[in-house]
Ligand binder design. Structure first.
Ligand SMILES: Nc1nc2c([nH]c(=O)n2[C@H]2C[C@H](O)[C@@H](COP(=O)(O)OP(=O)(O)OP(=O)(O)O)O2)c(=O)[nH]1
Length: 131
């Protein structure tokens, strides 16, 4: 049976633009675009995991707002359960540490990127709301 992987992603909105991050070449899903975040660790709420991941990965502090949705996608390495939240920056500016690139895009530009497949339903949801 495939393992279940519980992941949180931050849809950070600033001046109507959304932060998009490209995965590095040494990771699974190389060069795919995603929302910064990562795996929920034991004992964490999704929000705690997200705040921790963004601090580690992007060196900034966020405020976590409404949940967008939780979706499931079955990859060959496991089933990712991805929960996304609208977020805003509280302090700091996102820094590239693990990602190969970051971009701030308007909602109607999101579909131009090659997203991790698990993210596609969230992208559609965001475009409906903000696009
Ligand atoms: N952070 C993030 N991960 C995503 C998204 N969409 C998606 O399919 N994923 C997948 C990629 C990974 O398999 C998993 C996230 O875990 P991670 O970011 O901690 O994993 P990783 O591969 O970068 O690092 P690791 O296993 O070496 O710790 O979820 C997304 O929008 N954001």
């Amino acid at each position: 049976m495939k393992k279940n992987i519980h992941v949180v992603g931050a849809v950070i909105v600033k001046d109507n633009l959304i932060l998009c991050a490209q995965r590095g070449d040494s990771k699974v899903l190389p060069f795919k675009w995603e929302f910064p975040g990562g795996k929920i660790e034991k004992g964490e709420t999704p929000q705690e995991a997200l705040a921790r991941e963004i601090q580690e990965e992007m060196e900034c502090e966020i405020k976590i707002n409404d949940k967008i949705e939780t979706t499931e996608y079955e990859y060959d390495f496991g089933i990712v359960h991805l929960t996304t939240f609208y977020c805003e920056l509280v302090s700091g500016e996102p820094v590239l540490t693990e990602h190969s690139e970051i971009r701030w895009l308007a909602a109607n530009e999101l579909a131009d990127l090659d997203w991790a497949p698990a993210d596609v339903p969230a992208i559609e949801n965001i475009v409906k709301k903000l696009g």
